[in-house]
Design a protein around this ligand. Sequence first.
Ligand code: AMP
Length: 356
Amino acid sequence: MLQPGDMIGVLGGGQLGRMLAQAAARLGLDVHIFTPEADSPASRVAARTTVASFDDRPALGRFARTCAAVTLEFENVPLSAVAAITDQGVAVRPGPQALAASQDRATEKRFLESIGVDPAPWREIDHPDDIAPALRDLGGRGVLKARRSGYDGKGQIGLSIADLDPARAWSSVGEQPSVLEAFIAFDCELSVILARSASGEVCGYDSPRNLHAGGVLRSTSVPGGFPSEVAARALDLTRRLADALDYVGVLTLEFFLTPDGRLLANEFAPRVHNSGHWTLEACAVSQFEQHIRAVAGWPLGSPDRHSNAEMVNLLGDEVYDWRRRMQDGWSVHIYGKRAASPGRKMGHATRLSPRT
Ligand code: AMP
């Protein structure tokens, strides 16, 4: 168990690392960020930063020796980097099993299936010639996704058998091993943000409803407006995943809710999540604090929500509108990224209303 004054290492330097560092600071814990990026959003609020590549074993070793525990804000950290840290006798939470399962979409889906959590029907694609038969098999519409390194809709493309060009589809996912998922005409998307402590204690936040555009999260609202039975089922499936991974920290599982009431798992993230940012204002203990508590081996806090909340992402130039947002009663978070390219997550804003 960590003590106030100890250092937690965070692999990755983005906005999630920044908000983790802010939560840790409130608890008297220092954060050491490890990131390949100079001047990262997280490093500007952290006690210490190492700027080095995830392949740099000596730098990882030096970093680990300053930390009482290490966590991550980015799931594509190479497993070799995690090993370089655990070799120093420092725990990485969540551990390599959760990372390995989430880094490859095919492994992830097989793992979910093995514990009774259904993903959308899918096929493995290793060659452009695999695409047409698989797409026919899946009902003629699908989404082709690179197995590795995709995020926010990158490395994926929607396909329809009527106008399929397999070579183009293959090139748009970077000509690499992929999965083809059936297109799901869902009623809505929801996520479960759940924390699990080192002793196996589990607590989940109320499930938000998520709206995506172009593969990127636009907004999240809670309560999600779906039947409470659906939320309970989603929570139960996520708990199953956390237990199966012997997970420590905050874990997020995204679902599609189909018109006939089925919950299909889209993907999971072994970290705090964009669809949980509203917990900063609407809950006594946010997802960031909850994660830090779990990593530190401390008791989890109540995930109860005292308000309804709506969260919107500020993408690209939208961040420059912060003043109007503030005047309209939103809590504005700006990540401190130096350049606002189109679609880039530059900040978010949350507005509370009385709890229903
Ligand atoms: P992902 O990066 O896999 O989370 O996908 C980003 C977003 O694209 C999802 O949140 C959905 O809105 C949409 N999407 C992804 N896969 C599918 C699918 N199989 N059917 C329908 N929509 C999808």
